[in-house]
Design a protein around this ligand. Sequence first.
Ligand code: URA
Length: 206
Amino acid sequence: MPTELEAVAAEAAGCTRCRLHQSRTQVVFGQGDPHADLMFVGEAPGFHEDRQGIPFVGPSGQLLNRLLEGIGLRRQDVYICNVVKSRPPQNRDPQPDEIAACRPWLDAQIRLVDPKVVVTLGNFAAKTLLETTTGITRLRGQTYPFQGRVLLPTYHPAAALHAQGRRTAGPSPLEAMEGDFRVLAELLAAQAPVEQDRPTEQLGLF
Ligand code: URA
């Protein structure tokens, strides 16, 4: 019996709710632990993701892997998906009607994976989930309540890669992301049940 998430993924694989189905190679639904405490939501599949059917496998994905490793996590510990499940042609921005058409898939993923913490990568994911027009530069640097969870917005890895080698007045986007991942590690530690030594009285030994 497929799980509900697998059944939704199978249904999404044939999705024709927006024009992107005409140009995609395949739907890129999501990957990772179906019960992860931590979910990443990116923008849309790029060239490599469209070919392989897996989110964040290109250069952005390699940076995401490095950032995860930096806080002691592996890809298989988390769940990774995108706002839009089909690659926009030439990696153009997803259009509002495409984001709206794809939204039920994302909502199902959030409901079924049921993460404690959602990290949005870049402008589109943050704006979509926080239902705001405010851009990522102003949104990041704090957490937001989101459907009984915690949402942490950070830059898109592609933005950090793009800015590499350029001079910036403050911290570079990569440095900002590294800082956000340190906050993420603290958030996850705060969510995790702590194994404590209980006094023997409480163990009922007396
Ligand atoms: N950029 C994204 O937003 N998502 C991917 O899966 C790959 C690149």
